[in-house]
Design a protein around this ligand. Sequence first.
Ligand code: MV4
Length: 447
Amino acid sequence: MFEKVLIANRGEIALRILRACREMGIRTVAVHSTADTDAMHVRLADEAICIGPAPARDSYLNIQAILTAAAISNADAIHPGYGFLAENADFVAMVEEHGFTFIGPSSEHVRQMGDKITAKRVAREAGIPVVPGSDGPVRNEEEARRFSDDMGYPVLIKATAGGGGRGMKVVNAPNELASALDLTRKEAQAAFGNADVYIEKFLTQPRHIEVQVLADHHGNVVHLGERDCSMQRRHQKLVEEAPSPALNAEQRRDIGNLVTKAIKKIGYRSVGTIEFLFEDGEFYFIEMNTRLQVEHPVTEMICGLDLVREMLRVAAGAPLGFKQEDIRFSGHAIECRINAENPETFLPSPGLVGDYYAPGGLGVRVDSALYSGYRVPPHYDSLIAKLIVHGANRNECLMRLRRALGEYVIDGLETSIPLHQRLVANPEFVNGDYDIGWLEDFTGTND
Ligand code: MV4
């Protein structure tokens, strides 16, 4: 096992990784910007190194500074968390070239899944159902028109270098196709330096369901069930839950088995997430995430595993200590993302935390690096806490979630807590009856 791990991240996820390391007897190195000197993960780490000024591009995205910090602290391995450099294939390759272990997948898999046309081809060839479409770059208007006429409108043009909602355009009718194609290509070239685009049938009311996998260096692969992440606005997830209220036991088993087989086939290792749109009982692959995700705790709560510990173990070369049939799914878990933002306008609300009281009790988990007297800096993502609640079933989980939201005190900032309280009182959410468009309608922020 590693003796020392450098955590190339900040906030709640840096603390989450630190906690797993500490339980395993692994020493930790925190790296931080000048804005994060007083951050909790910096305080708790065995060593801390300042790697640059507040803007992320000068610190948390500064590859040279991070590799230098790893060298001078004599770290064995680097955990990237999520965001920042977690899915930067060049970074992964450089980490390995400098003799450190990247706690995640190979740079080849990160690169492959980062190119969405390649990802879709790899998934399709491994037996995963994909959205009907061009299955490759569309080179000109003629090609685009052929696919679109075949599938029927609306269609969606997507940039191969996009993902997570960036670089997409809906085309509702044939007369919009040429200009949308031109614009998406130009925007993709400007944003990503890659103008390649592909076309898909546009699914109008899908849910977003993703399957968690875990794989080692020895060909062992398990799936850890699915998460429903449909409760989002503008590609920012707000609530995630496991299992999905939309799936029956057979659909759950089938998609899990299909994904496990495919992941084995492509030789992937570490944790990963296969994202699907789910509509009218069918799954359609859209992307694969090659990182630990924000919402990993809901999976941990229903299968009783520590995903960060498993990531560390498999990165160190250990075989998985269990098989698929050893994994028991138990109960229901819901995560509420708590952001420092106005719950109606969604404008950021950084600043000084006054009184702070986090809920507790049976089935309640809070992943946060917040404390009373901490100043939330304005330079980064507004996520300040994740409230994760587990119950024997969805109803118990919701009862417990309402209770826990009522206990949470975060003074000094505006937070998403009042919005979550409105959600847990809403009959459609309570019934699990929502798709990816629901929250934008609910909040009246669908333009
Ligand atoms: C789609 C789609 C409808 N049809 N593809 C958005 C993020 C990226 N991962 C893929 N996305 C979508 N792809 C087809 N063919 C709708 C979305 C989409 C979406 C997907 C998941 C979660 C939230 C979303 C919000 C808007 C659009």
